[in-house]
Design a protein around this ligand. Structure first.
Ligand code: ARG
Ligand code: ZN
Length: 852
């Protein structure tokens, strides 16, 4: 059944208070709930308490047995009058919960995940975000097995019970929707610190993990403190409870969850030390810790009225965590990384059968809408409004939003209205960004009359059709542009912000004495695809001279893309302009190593494929390998020099040290691509002597794609060294799944039978199956073996964990982008999935929409 945004009706009953009583044990947990319910205004209708696979053991109203009925798993009670006390009792089995939604067991501990609709798997409740409730939670459990009992808010009592059991009670003073409820019972140790807020509240911070993981929690704790200070400085937002707890668990469907005062994390976003975590892991930990912390205001204090408004909290919070990360190091490099993520994950979504607006109109299963569109495109929407308003007005607008909607369940419209009011502008047309799916395309060309000195930048825009939206209106696009002189290299016109609102526009310039080159969408000011008629020479010039670092990176990427697309079309291309531009970038003394590393990296196989009407994975792979080889050979001495210059004595986590490691690993990749006879031993020496995971895994990745006999040795050494560390074993699986070797499809099928592989753990499932489907050449092997393999895994995983199974489906849904042979094979796997008996609605929605 389909849920539609336009069908929203306010709840008939509100629940101002709940008292929950958990008698915890893995096989049989008894949950007693006492709800105070109140009629919402003069609404009519029964009290509807959602339930998912719950059987009521008792139902009482105002202390007496009551009449009730079930409908779609929900409990319905007809109630007279306006306020009542409703009690229910259910028994659930956390250890049999393989979906990891609701209350479940992970690594011997008990924990919860309720967003979006997991609370209804714990107790009967109006499980919708516009019902805000004060929670009192009492837990009882075996003390030896579960010495630590946590829930939201503040601890208010604890004590001993008979039979080795104990109890604890928590109270959360802030009314919250049920999706923010959390409980943890386990054998955990804490890394603690205190943070004093700007108004002087002393907050006890604690990160809870298995005792042996305690040494790996300092970075997360440090990141949390930085995030708390940053939100005070940049948004004026302060924390509001006396305790802030984070718990790390190994089995988790997503990254982390912002439950009020008790964040629960996938352990991969908490645990780090130099020996086991890469720089990328360190950065991701800081970003996710900040993200969940920032949700305390953008998500918890102000939540969403309904799930169609999900981007209200997610888009804004991603925008906030991106800016936080930018402030920790190089803002330019962070922007490059964020745009790369958007292009790799969101643009293909917007161009495929699962395209949906940032504020969707309907869903079958809301879990399928935790997408790059809601999160990352949603963040770009906030960024565009910030650009249009400018920093002061944007801050005034967020202040207004936080003040006006504190304690409420709000909508995307509420947010935009605050931007309009504080910004003193009309955002009517901008709102199309919330309702129209698809990535806008902008065509830009420059004309110039040497005689009169007149120049013009001609812009055109259009949004392609997407499912259910055949015709689109022009959007409001904030484009930062600037003109440079093609001969002198000097600035002709300073940067300006063009607000393109019509389908065509001409920006005129006077007194232009030489042919101008346009630098457009600087800083990636709008999440659009820009097509220009700039020559390789113009792009090469901009890649070396543009004063906007993002635009420099972008010019280089465009030059590389044009070269690769041309090579695929003609069977060969002119590599010289790319080689010259890369040489120039490598030797530019004004650039830092982190930026250089990003700029000289070739676009991925998939991103090249995204530029072509029909993707030819083999041809793209060959063209890219040929360009890599030429870059490696022609610049071999430069790569070796960069490699040596980036060597360090001891590990340090700092922007400069990270940049050096990144460039070193990129250089190693090019030295290897050159075919130099010593490349494998260089990689192997790095692999063996590394004092950190970035260098060790970088070397392993190079070896894993090669044919040297050192490859097997390195994989074995790595496996044996880390066989008791699940997060590092995930890397071992992923590195092999991403290998560019010819035998990767067979190797991955064999790895799926490895004793350490299991679909039950989402990280492990993604590390192999998810990574493999990102390996364009291997997944799209023309035999169709990759499609069959991934479909088999999805069908098997769906029986355990539909949410995680559904997340593996989108790569199979892109069948229209490939040739007939591949497309047909992909489609038939989708049909096989849809025809599977007992399929979840999660996988059904993704597969059936992909076939439409
Ligand atoms: N709100 C969480 C976050 O962004 C993600 C929760 C995902 N849950 C889900 N059922 N899709 O940090
Ligand atoms: Zn979030």
């Amino acid at each position: 059944t389909v849920t539609r945004r336009e069908d929203y009706v306010a709840p008939a009953w509100l629940v101002p208070e709940i008292a929950l009583d958990f008698d915890l044990s893995p096989g049989e947990t008894r949950v007693r709930a006492e709800l105070s319910v109140e009629r919402n205004g003069d609404s009519s209708g029964p009290l509807r308490l959602d339930g998912d696979a719950l059987v009521p053991a008792a139902v009482r109203v105002d202390g007496a047995d009551a009449e009730w009925r079930m409908e779609d798993g929900a409990l319905l009670i007809d109630l007279p009058g306006d306020s009542h006390r409703v009690e229910t009792e259910v028994v659930i089995a956390p250890e049999r919960n393989t979906q990891l939604m609701g209350l479940y067991a992970s690594g011997g501990n008990l924990c919860t995940q309720c967003e979006a609709q997991g609370f209804r798997r714990i107790t009967f409740f109006p499980d919708r975000p516009d019902v805000l409730t004060r929670y009192r939670v009492r837990m009882a459990a075996d003390k030896a097995r579960y010495p630590v009992l946590l829930s939201n808010g503040d601890p208010v009592g604890s004590g001993e019970l008979e039979n080795g059991r104990h109890w604890a009670e928590w109270h959360d003073p802030y009314p919250k929707p049920s999706y923010l409820f959390a409980l943890v019972a386990g054998d955990l140790a804490a890394n603690r610190a205190t943070f004093t807020t700007q108004s002087g509240r002393e907050v006890t911070l604690a990160i809870w993990v298995r005792e042996r993981d305690l040494p790996k929690t300092d970075h997360a704790l440090e990141s949390l403190k930085r995030a708390m200070a940053w939100d005070e400085q940049v948004y004026g937002r302060e924390y509001d409870l006396d305790v802030f707890n984070i718990v790390a668990v190994d089995d988790f469907n997503f990254g982390a969850m912002e439950n009020k005062g008790l964040n629960i994390f996938n352990s991969r976003y908490i645990l780090a030390d130099p020996d086991t975590a890469t720089d990328h892991d360190y950065d991701a930990i800081a970003a996710v810790v900040a993200h969940e912390y920032f949700h305390n205001w953008s998500g918890n204090r102000i939540t969403c009225r309904d799930w169609f408004q999900l981007s209200l909290k997610e888009g804004f919070t991603v925008y906030r965590d991106q800016k936080f990360s930018a402030d920790q190091g190089s803002a330019a490099v962070k922007r490059i990384e964020d745009v790369r993520t958007l292009r790799a994950a969101q643009f293909p979504e917007d161009a495929g059968p699962l395209a949906h607006p940032v504020r969707p109109d309907s869903y079958i299963e809301i879990s399928n809408f935790y997408t790059a569109t809601i999160y990352n495109k949603g963040a770009e929407l906030i960024g565009m409004m910030a650009t249009i308003l400018g920093p002061e007005k944007f801050r005034a607008a967020t202040d207004l939003y936080f003040t006006r909607f504190d304690g409420t369940a709000a909508t995307c419209e509420d947010f935009v209205a605050c931007m309009e009011e504080a910004g003193g502008i009309d955002l009517t047309q901008f709102r199309l960004w919330y309702s129209q799916a698809g990535t806008p395309r902008v065509t830009a060309s420059v004309t110039h009359e040497a005689g009169s000195g007149r120049a013009a930048l001609n812009l055109r825009q259009g949004v392609p059709p997407t499912p259910g939206q055949p015709d689109k209106a022009p959007m409001l696009l904030p484009l930062k542009v600037k003109l440079f002189g093609a001969e002198s290299g000097r600035e002709i016109a300073p940067e300006q912000l063009v607000l393109l609102s019509d389908s065509e526009a001409e920006i005129a310039f006077e007194g232009v004495g030489e042919r101008p080159v346009a630098s457009i969408n600087r800083g990636f000011s709008a999440p659009v695809i820009v097509e220009t008629d700039r020559s390789a020479a113009d792009l090469g010039f901009l890649s070396g001279h543009d004063d906007d670092p993002f635009a420099r990176y972008e010019a280089m990427q465009q030059l590389m893309l044009d070269t690769l697309v041309e090579s695929v079309a003609r069977g060969r291309g002119d590599h010289a302009p790319v080689i010259d531009a890369v040489r120039h970038t490598l030797h530019d003394p004004d650039l830092d190593k982190a930026f250089i590393a990003e700029a000289v990296l070739l676009p991925s196989d998939s991103f090249v494929g995204d530029q072509m009407p029909v993707v030819d994975p083999e041809a793209i792979f060959r063209a890219r390998e040929a360009l890599r080889r030429d870059l490696g050979r022609e610049l071999e001495a430069d790569w070796r020099e960069a490699y040596e210059a980036a060597r360090a004595n001891r590990f340090e986590y700092s922007p400069a040290a990270k940049g050096a490691r990144r460039l070193k690993n990129v250089a190693l990749g090019y030295i290897n691509a050159s075919g130099a006879p010593d490349a494998a031993s260089l990689a192997f020496v790095q692999f063996e002597s590394a004092d950190n995971m970035t260098d060790r895994q970088g070397a392993l990745a190079t070896l894993a794609s090669g044919t040297s006999e050192k490859r097997v040795a390195a994989l074995d050494i790595f496996y044996n060294r880390y066989s008791d560390n699940a997060l590092v074993l995930d890397k071992w699986f992923t590195t092999q799944a991403l290998s560019s070797r010819d035998d990767t499809p067979q190797a991955v099928e064999a790895l799926a039978k490895h004793k350490d592989f299991s679909l039950a753990n989402p990280n492990r499932a993604r590390s192999l199956i998810g990574a493999f489907s990102m390996n364009q050449r291997a997944f799209h092997h023309d035999s169709g073996s990759g499609y069959r393999f991934v479909a088999d895994q999805i069908i098997a995983l769906d029986k355990l964990n539909p949410q995680t199974a559904a997340k593996l489906l989108p790569p199979l849904g892109r069948w229209r982008r490939f040739d007939e042979n591949r497309g047909e094979r992909m489609r038939s796997e989708l049909e096989r999935i849809v025809a599977t008996p007992g399929l979840s609605k999660d996988v059904f929605e993704q597969a059936s929409k992909s076939l439409d």
